[in-house]
Design a protein. Sequence first.
Length: 618
Amino acid sequence: MKDINVDALFLGPKSENQKFLKEMIEFMLDEHIFWRRDFHPEDKDAITLKEQRESGFQNTLEKTREVLLELSSKLKRSSEPWFSPRYLGQMNSDVLMPAVIAYMATILYNPNNCAYEGAPATTSLEIEVGKQLSKMMGYDPEKAWGHITSGGHVANFEGTWFMRNLKSAPNAIKQVKPELVKGLDDWQLMNLSTTKILDLLDETKKLGIFDEVRNHSVRGTGMTSGKLGKLLVPQTKHYSWTKVVDIMGIGSENFVNVQVTDKCRMDINHLKEEIDKLVEQKIPILGVVSVVGTTEEGAVDEVHEVVKLRKEYEKKGISFYYHIDAAYGGYARSIFLDKNDDFISYENIKPMLHESGAMQMDNDWPSRDIYEAYKAMSEADSITTDPHKMGYVPYQAGAIMAKDTRVKDLVSYFAAYVFAQGMTNENPVLLGSYIMEGSKAGATVAAVWASHKVLPLNISGYGRLIGRSQEVAQRFYKALSNEPEFTLENGKTYKAFTLTKPDFNMVNWTFNEVGNTSLKKMNDLTLKLFDKFQYVGGPVYSEDFLTSHTEFTLADYGKAPVHFLNKIGIDEKEFLNGTGVWIFRASLLTPFLNLEKDWDNYWATFMKTVKKTILEVD
């Protein structure tokens, strides 16, 4: 395949590629128009020329034009400029032109991927995309199961759906066909591995009792508090997980928050301590969740250590379902795959990133632990990732992948009024039978599929694009960390402090007056600055830079932020007494900030704006 030029993939901060975008949208629109006209051309026009000339018809078109002009005005005045390198806020960026064009072209056909009959073209594309994403995660695409969801929320719900129904299956088998699990007590049944449970369920299918077993599982009997054990999730979890335990009936009492380290990664030692406590009390472990790319800090949990831990416990007869929430950081696994989609050795990864044009050689990312974490992702039972984040695809596009396709049988349903007579829920194109959503836009799938076709899910495609954003984050972090103290006209001296070196393309920092030891005073400065660096009513053209912020509290993070406060010189007592730490948070998805794009000038402009704003508020 020919080399990919990242700059050719986007409309661009100044609409530099507008000619191509307009040409392709017009072409795809013409294709759709011709498609309609070519469908039984012998049929008469339903809308006559005479009707089109009538005043009511013309008035309707004029009203439509007025509404669209009003919408355009509102969008231009109040939308956030994701496309600009000056935007340093949420996990949003410019979107890929292939995705935009594919979405706009497909929406005219309005396919519904609930069932094949509602979307013959895009349903098959969704199955293909599921295999592509599964392969990127290191799964065997012929044995895995994956599909597009509306976002990370639903993907996490489905991962937990698999987990919950799977965990309850062994006891259901015992009730229906006890000889299949002869010799296993209840504790052993609650600690079978995912593969062992699925093998047992295969036996129930052969015996024709699979549906009966499902009816005796949690799917049929409902949840009993604590029956399936505890769900262990790091403190840095996405807020969707607090909804998961509610909606899936697990209950917040069965939700264990695992401490994180000062790098904002799940503390493996604390995870082991929590597991040991539960084992000692004979409380089963429903599952463990790791995060690859936390939404607040971009941290990558040490997946390889969790995998190692599970293998150690399985030798003792203890097992649990393992899910990875990689909604943010999942697509970055493409960085580690060569053009043949093989995982690159650690010795070769940095030279290959340089050769591919993804990063500069003086960049020391990835560290060994980040590399090993991404490599070990293939050991998880299921993974969430979001094409509408690092896939640079328009909303709404999340995804769930399961290592073993058999898990979908635990959640499948059959709706006769939707699906064609004579077809069974074993048919993978009947998506609505296997997923949490019903009606779903095929246009979203087309956008993801087109992006994957233009950009391979390896270092030659997405790896090059995501590598750029990762390099931007590393440069931003280094520039902040190395920025010297500066004294302003108000006679005060200030310094920037970074939270931790980013695992992924998220940077957290704060400014503090040199010598200040009060957390409240530092927070006040952060919040005043943030008021100047956010959109609060428009127009957005008046903002020099836009960013986001977040709060680290003792309740949510334990003592992990203390290390950061000590680095700054802030008295930790305020934090330990309940005062949160407010910091700036920048998700640096932009591919338009690298050495060739005048980084030095960008940074000088940023710091000039910061100093001017500090003078205004302090």
